[in-house]
Design a binder for this molecule. Sequence first.
Ligand code: PGA
Length: 253
Amino acid sequence: MPKPKLKPLIAGNWKMNGLRSAAKDLRQIANQLVKPPKAKADVLICPPAQLLWPFKEVVRGTPVRLGAQDCHVNVSGAHTGDISASMMADIGARAIIVGHSERRTDHGERNALVHQKAEAALGAGLMAIICVGETEAERDAGMAIRVISKQLKESVPAASTSKNTVVAYEPVWAIGTGRTPTSDDIQKAHKALRTRLQKRFGADGDRFRLLYGGSVKPANAVEILSIENVNGALVGGASLKAADFVPIVRAAG
Ligand code: PGA
């Protein structure tokens, strides 16, 4: 059976960067992507939560969609400082990143919690972008595939389908470091994730988009995006400015 052709997704993760004045950067990204050629990828920007509402206006009528970076597992309640998935949806998010390694490190998030957060995102009608990735020590110990397979198994909920869930492979040691795995290592990791999704979800496992993340930039985007089973990218630092982000979007097709 021929492999289904998946529309790539280029997602920008702004992390804890951006005041309201960053609307000008988003406007530049959106304006450039409105111009031909039509972007061949779905384009998502995940700013800090307080910018979702003002940014909604900025992306109106453009190919750029907005997403959030995290959510609480519950819909509402006594959870000081937290924001629910439905609240993010209410102010313009279409997707939520869950299980990013910075959440796992800064907040001690484990697979079971990531699983619940992914369920919360799906419950709010949002796409869940579920992140997995090994540390450098785990890679050096030859455990990378084992680690990401376990994260995948324990973090992806039963309600996931290829339409509502995206999996991002982000080696922790490649995030924000300028270092990337070899194409061969990326290919092996994505192949392992694909195989496990096929086992669990049958034919639909072929249609889940698998993003690579970790030091993606204009100079390496074409090569990374051409690797088998890489169906897009999750971009941190290079998603903040049009000059970096737009060429990555253009590299996807
Ligand atoms: P980076 O971050 O592109 O800055 O390495 C990627 C990510 O954390 O999603």
